[in-house]
Design a protein around this ligand. Structure first.
Ligand code: GLP
Length: 236
């Protein structure tokens, strides 16, 4: 594991964008696993700037996002598809046809999950997976559970996750209670994992993730077993 302690969110965002840009430069047809949440926003802003300045070319990459809320259409303002379009895809020269987010409107979430895993497999797996960290140690929407779940799957969101994500909705009742998330399998199979963690309120969970026991109660703790993990933190 490589741990980069950034002095603040700005430095974290720059470092993360540099690593993602380096990945694309070294392998222009990279498969990038992308994340939502507030933490990656700064990195995405930096990448948009780099793309404008022609320092990085997104034209050949493919992306697979970690997760999507069940029941939200792609054009819903709170959907993760919309988040990615607004905050990255519509602002860089990516081929939108090669950007993938699980379909939250799928009638059969199990079939959609299977399709998503097959897609990741057909793409040859993920070159670089970007991850944020939930306050309860979740990655994607892999919530604390009795065991690690390997495949993409539908999940009931933890009450604390619904509370945390409520800030993006008008009220708590509007927050979807289910989501489809990439499983621990595809994340751990990614050739490189970049975990970004920002804010004093995440210092304690980050300590558990990196140095505590590896347990499905802290889903991100499994990353200790990944052989190419980079963590960028700004939690002091
Ligand atoms: C959501 C997303 C996660 C994200 C987490 C933390 O639950 N599904 O992928 O890492 O929120 O978000 P934030 O970065 O806003 O704290």
């Amino acid at each position: 594991m490589r741990l980069i302690k950034a002095k603040d969110y700005g430095e974290l965002s720059q470092a993360a964008a540099n690593i993602i840009a380096a990945q694309i430069t070294l392998k222009p047809e990279s498969v990038l696993g992308l994340a939502t949440g507030s933490t990656p926003l700064g990195a995405y802003k930096n990448l948009i700037e780099k793309n404008k300045n022609k320092d990085v070319d997104f034209s050949q990459i493919t992306t697979v996002n970690l997760d999507e809320y069940c029941g939200l259409t792609p054009d819903n303002e709170q959907s993760y598809r919309r988040f990615m379009d607004n905050n990255l895809f519509n602002r860089v020269n990516v081929n939108k046809g090669k950007t993938n987010v699980p379909d939250g409107t799928a009638k059969d979430p199990a079939a959609e999950s299977e399709r998503y895993d097959k897609l990741i497999e057909e793409l040859g797996g993920i070159d670089l997976q970007l991850l944020g960290l939930g306050h309860n140690g979740h990655i994607g929407f892999n919530e604390p559970a009795p065991e690690f779940v390997k495949p993409t799957h539908a999940v009931e969101l933890a009450e604390t996750t619904i509370d945390a994500n409520m800030r993006f909705f008008k009220n708590r009742d509007e927050v979807p209670q289910k989501a489809i998330t990439m499983g621990i399998g595809a994340i751990m199979n990614a050739r490189k994992v970049l975990l970004i963690v920002s804010g004093k309120d995440k210092a304690e969970i980050l300590e558990k993730v990196l140095y505590g026991p590896i347990t499905p109660n802290v889903p991100a703790s499994i990353l200790q077993l990944h052989n190419d993990l980079i963590v960028i933190s700004a939690v002091d």
